[in-house]
Design a protein around this ligand. Structure first.
Ligand code: PLP
Length: 362
């Protein structure tokens, strides 16, 4: 068999190991997963109810155009339904965007480090990722702007940033967007938007409204706690949606996911309880790490970077040592920041468990 030449440039995404796998491998009764920026809370009970209501319809294909969900999102964001795209997780939107925007000879500007999928989807198209190092854990918009040239078809910008949790002010993103060529897409990935505490957190929507080259992606995976169902959405111009409809598989978002997301969206006002839990969790983490004398990066998201180069074991061994003790975290080494681990903000007991295990490694 002869694979396309790009395959040799790609590496498989290494996802956080599932709890059951770690429990079995290490013979542990208690395992806490703080590796994948998931919600520690299950979906809202009303959402679970609509999912079960759909079980006896599973002999039918889902609505391939996700009409109800697109209409609800269009109402929510005061846009037209043909400006809304639904993906099997927002990751799928990133793949489609690469399919319609990138090809050999084209470039995509991304931060370094950033969410690994941007680089992978770019390389998969035979296009070139142009990596711009972060400054002080945040996106360096000035250098990113300087990296844009006539070959640049897309800029992937995450706000708040993954893996650092750093936040860009809406006005700074708007100024950056204003300097982009009209034919270069700005893919603004706001997977963690709902956790942001800053008053300008909805600025991405204004930017989308005033710039046809801005594509905004968000997800039901994080604060809504639906990552197991895989449903994300994007706001884009009708032209982008039309192009995506030509490349996507016909029934990309399953029936349960569509129903769940629709219900979840109607419960948006209840997200404040979840924001509060995250806020308290962040405080708990900061306080616990301060007491242990362990450094960290302040975050606007539901995860944070924890410094591991001053512990009693070498930084490279920390993720494995935590795993053996029943805590799954994201190794910074895989992200190009080997002196850090990225940990999700969990429920209070989970955060406490992590802090206890880190204390053992001091
Ligand atoms: C920055 C960022 N974007 C997108 C995603 C993808 O989320 P999903 O495909 O579950 O919507 C993630 C997941 O961790 C992420 O961190």
């Amino acid at each position: 068999m002869k694979f396309v030449s790009q395959i040799k440039n790609l590496t498989p995404y290494v996802a956080g190991t599932p709890i059951e796998v770690v429990a079995k491998a290490y013979g542990l009764e208690k395992v806490v997963k703080l590796a994948s920026n998931e919600s520690p809370l299950p979906p809202f009970p009303e959402v679970l109810e609509v999912i079960t209501d759909q079980f006896d319809r599973l002999n039918r294909y889902p609505d391939g155009e996700a009409r109800d969900l697109r209409a609800a999102l269009a109402r929510r964001y005061a846009v037209e339904p043909d400006q809304v795209i639904i993906g099997n997780g927002s990751c799928e939107l990133l793949i489609w965007l690469s399919l319609i925007l990138l090809e050999p000879g084209a470039e995509a500007v991304i931060a370094d480090p950033t969410f690994l999928v941007y680089e992978e989807v770019t390389l998969a198209r035979g296009a070139t990722p142009v990596k711009v190092p972060l400054t002080n854990f945040g996106n360096d918009l000035k250098s990113m702007a300087a990296a844009v040239n006539e070959r640049t078809r897309a800029v992937f910008l995450t706000n708040p940033h993954n893996p650092t949790g750093a936040y860009l002010a809406a006005a700074d993103i708007a100024a950056f967007a204003a300097g982009l060529p009209a034919d270069c897409a700005l893919i603004l990935d706001e997977a963690y938007n709902e956790y942001v505490e800053e008053p300008d957190s909805q600025g991405g929507l204004d930017l989308f409204a005033s710039n046809t080259n801005v594509i905004l992606t968000r997800t039901f995976s994080k604060i809504y706690g639906l990552c197991g169902l895989r449903v994300g959405y994007g706001l884009c111009s009708p032209e982008v949606k039309e192009a995506i409809d030509k490349v996507r598989q016909p029934f990309n978002v399953n029936t349960l996911a569509q129903a769940a997301a629709l219900k979840a969206l109607s419960l948006e006002s209840r997200l404040e309880e979840r924001r509060q839990l995250n806020r308290e969790g962040r405080r708990q983490m900061y306080g616990g790490l301060d007491r242990l004398g362990i450094g960290y990066v302040r975050t606007q998201s539901n995860f944070l970077l924890v410094e591991i180069d001053q512990l009693g074991v070498p930084a490279a061994e920390v993720p494995e040592e935590l795993l053996r003790r029943g805590v799954i975290v994201r190794s910074g080494a895989a992200l190009g920041i080997p002196d850090y681990i990225r940990v999700s903000v969990g429920a209070p007991k989970e955060n406490e468990f992590l802090l206890e295990k880190l204390a053992e490694l001091k």
